[in-house]
Design a protein around this ligand. Structure first.
Ligand SMILES: [Zn+2]
Length: 285
C-alpha cells in the first residue's frame, strides 16, 4: 500500500462521516493516559475525516475546504496528521487551480483538523489536492513504531512503565522516559539496544483496530498503560498492536511491520532523578 492515493477511493462526505461515527460510538478530543501518548478520540460531530487512521501510507488525497479560520483551513478529509500524542505535525502542500500553498502545521480544533498555510487561504468550497512531505512522515512512522517496540522490550525485560515519549520535529530522533528505579540506565543500555533491534528484525506485524471499551479494559497491556482513564462515555478504543510485543491505546501513525523500521541506535541514555530514565533513539538504516 506504500504510495497509495485516495483519488480513486469513495469520498465520504463530512456529514455522513459524522453519522457513521455516531453509529459506531466513536469519540472526540485528546486523551493522555500515561504521558506515553495521547489517544485521539474521534467525535460524533467530527467534521474532518481522518484518512490516516484507515491508511497511514496515504500521501496524496482530494479534499474540500470546509472553513477558513485565522490560523488555517479546515478540510472535509485529510491525510495530514495533526500534532499530538508525542508525534509532530505533518507538513506538505495543498494544491488547486495551479496554485500551491505550503502546509506548515496541522492542529486539531474540536472535530476539525486545521491546516496552517503560507499565503492567502483558498476560500471555503475549494477542491484541493493534499500532498504530504512523505520522507518526514515516514520517519515519524518508523520512529513511532520503534518507540512502541522499545516500550515492549523495556516492559518485558525490566517491567518498567513508560512515563513519556516524544518524536523530534525533524524526524531525526525520538526519546522515551521510563520509571526504572534502582537501575542505572547505562548498565542496561546495550542490552536494551540489542533486544530492541532483535525485535524489529523479527518482522512483527503492526496492526491498528478498535475494541469495545469493556474489552479493552480487560487487557493487561492496556491496564498498565492506564486505559481505565479513558472517559466513561467512550465506547470504542483505538488499539495499536505489535504482534507478540506491545499493545497500546494510541492515536498515531505507524509502519505496518517492524522490519520497515530497520536498525535503531540508542544515541543517548540518562538518569533523570531517582526513578526516571531517558533513552534517545535514532534510525540508522
Ligand atoms: Zn503509537
Amino acid at each position: 500500500m506504500i504510495g497509495a492515493t485516495a483519488s480513486a477511493s469513495r469520498r465520504v462526505p463530512g456529514e455522513r462521516c459524522g453519522r457513521l461515527a455516531a453509529q459506531r460510538g466513536w469519540y472526540r478530543g485528546f486523551f493522555d493516559p500515561s504521558r506515553w501518548g495521547r489517544v485521539f478520540l474521534c467525535g460524533s460531530e467530527m467534521a474532518t475525516e481522518a484518512l490516516f487512521y484507515a491508511d497511514s501510507y496515504l500521501r496524496d488525497f482530494e479534499a474540500t475546504v470546509t472553513a477558513v479560520r485565522p490560523d488555517g483551513v479546515a478540510l472535509d478529509r485529510t491525510a495530514f496528521y495533526p500534532h499530538g500524542g508525542g508525534q509532530p505535525t505533518d507538513v506538505g502542500e495543498l494544491r488547486a487551480h495551479g496554485q500551491v500553498w505550503p502546509v506548515t502545521a496541522v492542529r486539531r480544533q474540536g472535530g476539525d483538523i486545521v491546516h496552517r498555510l503560507d499565503g492567502e487561504s483558498p476560500p471555503a468550497g475549494t477542491a484541493v489536492i493534499g500532498h504530504l512531505d512523505w520522507d518526514l512522515r515516514y520517519a515519524f512512522m518508523r520512529l513511532h513504531t520503534a518507540l512502541h517496540a522499545l516500550s515492549g522490550v523495556v516492559w518485558t525485560g525490566w517491567q518498567a512503565d513508560v512515563t513519556g515519549s516524544h518524536i523530534y520535529e525533524d524526524g531525526g530522533k525520538a526519546r522515551m522516559d521510563f520509571s526504572l528505579e534502582g537501575i542505572r540506565i547505562n548498565d542496561v543500555r546495550d542490552e536494551i539496544e540489542e533486544r530492541l533491534n532483535a525485535e524489529l528484525a523479527a518482522a512483527r506485524p503492526v496492526r491498528a483496530y478498535e475494541l469495545p471499551r469493556a474489552e479493552a479494559l480487560e487487557l493487561p497491556d492496556l491496564i498498565r498503560t492506564h486505559v481505565n482513564l479513558v472517559p466513561a462515555h467512550i465506547a470504542n478504543i483505538r488499539i495499536v498492536e505489535i504482534e507478540g510485543l506491545d499493545r497500546q491505546a494510541d492515536g498515531g501513525t505507524h509502519v505496518a511491520n517492524t522490519s520497515e523500521v530497520g536498525r535503531v541506535a540508542i544515541i543517548n541514555a540518562a538518569n533523570k532523578g531517582r526513578i526516571n530514565r531517558r533513552l534517545e533513539i535514532a534510525l540508522t538504516d
